[in-house]
Design a protein around this ligand. Sequence first.
Ligand code: PMP
Length: 351
Amino acid sequence: MTAALSSGHPPCGLPLRLPDAEDPLALELNESPFSPLPTVRAAMVRAVDSANRYPEFLPERFRRLIAKHLGFEEEQIIVGAGATGVIMQVLQALTCPGDRIVMASPTFDGYPIFAQMARLQPVTVPLDEQGHHDLDAMADAATDAEVVVVCRPHNPTGTVAPAEDLLRFLQRIDSGTTVLLDEAYIEFVSPRHRIHPEFLLRRFPNVVVVRTFSKAYGLAGIRTGYGICAPAMGRALWSMQLPFGATVASLAAVAASFAAEAQLRHRIGLITAERDHLRSRLWEMGVWSADTHANFVYLPAKGKLWPEVFDGTGPRVRTYSDGSARITVGNRRSTQAVLATIAAMLPSDVS
Ligand code: PMP
């Protein structure tokens, strides 16, 4: 055991293999193409020096940091292991086994899993032809549901429900039904499409806005997300906060990230510019993609074409059983690899 620890190999003998931070072909999980900023990295390394100590029992300082940064009351913030942890906390606090949860189809792969883990009955509502939520049908389906999920932007399509449609939808939802407004990719959305959570929560205290440091902040491996909600909802959710659940490294990484907002904004600008470049090049090749506002591009099904094109030998993208594909935006080399793969496989008309 001692020998295994000192050799750097775990006792099972398998070498610890870490993912390559800057692999231009890793376009499957909507991660950031950038490795952590030097100041964020340094803060995490410093935090590791006290890894023999527990973090806070409940993440009081953590939520104060987020609340202060965003301009909310502390009790309006909950902290979790990624958006995933926040969503599970909401479901555990507010639902009982057998309750219904309404979601779009297709949606982020996590939601059917979360529903199963919380023993909920999923009710799915198809997206429209353009990859948008059918909010009227979702409101109809939500009349006897405990929770309804709206991702804005949506995953896998990247589409954003227009603000006025979302407000009309929220007016139709019973105040006893919780709306999970998943904003995992909100930092990539242009300001004119954003709705300030303060504005929403004052009118609709049944909404929980879910966000993450996994995407635009480039900290997917750190597993940190947060929820923003009305104070009464916050108190109910805080009662289900996992003891010792938020690590010292994640608190350090988030504090350092907030201090580096300008650099992060610059990175977000690079990613959204690359996204727009990729989309317009696809368009020139006759390949239609959904109107994305996130850090990925969605190609709807064309028979089984996209899974065949991206067969795993070039860029690794997410393909779906219906024949569609979702491509994370990386750097220019990623874009070139994606375009070359498509061009090689589709010499003739694909429109
Ligand atoms: N919501 C959406 C819409 C997502 O796409 C993802 C991750 N792909 C998550 C939540 C979960 O993200 P995390 O747990 O890494 O914060």
